[in-house]
Write a new protein. Structure first.
Lengths: 112, 89, 157
């Protein structure tokens, strides 16, 4: 059977994608993109897991069996980039509300 | 009404495709191909002098990715300044 | 409608003022011990930026005149330039070479293999890079928060 971490990743990505397709408020679409990013981060960390391993830090370590350190470094970069993209998307949403008065993505306003 | 049915069927197909892809990986807990990370764990503390191996990977062995990440954060602050800086006197 | 933009009650303002200094010391502790414990520059910078948000929520919109955006811009440029300059020091070997490790200089004590309680004097260029990244992340996130809060015009009822 599939492990519990990978099953959670599949459920998270599908839920985020379904919210992205079916909702019409712009803030909810931005939140769905953030949920998809969190699912991808969980997938990266659970690829480098060893059973019974501790964090790869030597200060006060109790055993010598450690998890892999490289996916954790890549996840750190991914989290910071996710924060930056979300901040810029929310700034664009505020500008759209200031100009058009509505946050609905299905109203035809840009074509005249 | 017809659009909603098509979208729901596409999402179900996507979920089944994801589950098949997750089933073809190794079980979580027994990674394959760990030669590079074993080298980092064995030699990281003596070569760089820091107890935290994740820190030495982020700043010493793979410092170029950290430079790109700092640039992305800088660019995001610059973009928000362009959008909102005009009537903030 | 007095009291709408004045902030929260007196108890919240007093507790926020008292808690600011220990919380800043805690954030700096996480930044400087990035080579011994989990944490480092990015997590410490995020903690320091959250304290600015706490002060803004407690004291209302009138506090943003106390911050100058030119100083935050200069701090951000300073952090980024320090990070790039530190990368060019070891250019005779590679681009990001750690020249202070195991050398006996500023941060250059040697450590042997195995678990030990952490010594602050080790690490080479890694603690200096942590400080540079912490300054840059703090300035960038604080500037984003301040600009988004006060960039919109006041709505006229």
């Amino acid at each position: 059977m599939i492990s519990i971490q990978f099953l959670t990743v599949a459920v998270l990505v599908t839920l985020g994608l379904s919210t992205l397709i079916f909702k019409r408020n712009l803030i909810k679409i931005v939140m769905a993109i953030d949920v998809i990013g969190s699912g991808v981060n969980l997938f990266l960390i659970s690829l480098g897991y060893r059973e019974g391993g501790i964090a790869p830090v030597f200060t006060g370590a109790t055993s010598m069996k450690m998890v892999l350190p490289t996916p954790q470094a890549l996840t750190l970069t991914s989290i910071v980039i996710d924060v930056a993209v979300t901040a810029l998307m929310l700034g664009f949403a505020m500008s759209i509300y200031r100009h058009y008065g509505t946050l609905d993505v299905r109203k035809r306003r840009l074509l005249g | 009404m017809k659009g909603k049915v098509v979208k729901t069927l596409t999402l179900m197909a996507f979920l089944i495709l994801l589950l098949i892809a997750m089933g073809s990986l190794h079980p979580a807990g027994k990674p394959v191909n760990t030669e590079m990370d074993d080298y980092f764990i064995r030699n990281g503390q003596v070569q760089t002098g820091s107890n935290n191996i994740v820190s030495s990977v982020v700043f010493d062995y793979r410092g170029f990715d950290t430079l790109g990440e700092a640039t992305v954060l800088f660019g995001a602050a610059l973009g928000v300044f362009v959008l909102f800086g005009r009537n903030a006197r | 409608m007095k009291g709408k933009t004045e902030g929260m009650s007196v108890i919240v303002k007093t507790v926020a003022c008292i808690l600011t200094v220990p919380a800043y010391i805690f954030g700096l502790y996480i930044v400087i011990r990035g080579h011994l414990t989990p944490g480092g520059g990015f997590a410490g910078g995020a903690i320091l930026a959250t304290l600015i948000a706490m002060l803004l929520v407690s004291f209302g919109r009138n506090l943003e005149r106390g911050f100058r955006k030119e100083s935050l811009s200069v701090l951000e440029i300073l952090g980024m330039s320090l990070f790039i300059t530190l990368a060019f020091f070891g250019l005779s070997f590679t681009f990001f070479h750690n020249i202070l490790a195991n050398s006996g200089g500023l941060f250059g004590m040697s450590v042997e293999f195995g678990p030990n309680s952490g010594y602050l004097n080790t690490g080479g260029l890694i603690p200096v890079m942590n400080i540079a990244v912490g300054i840059e992340v703090f300035s960038a996130l604080s500037m984003i928060i301040l600009l988004m809060l006060t960039g919109m015009k006041e709505e006229k009822k």
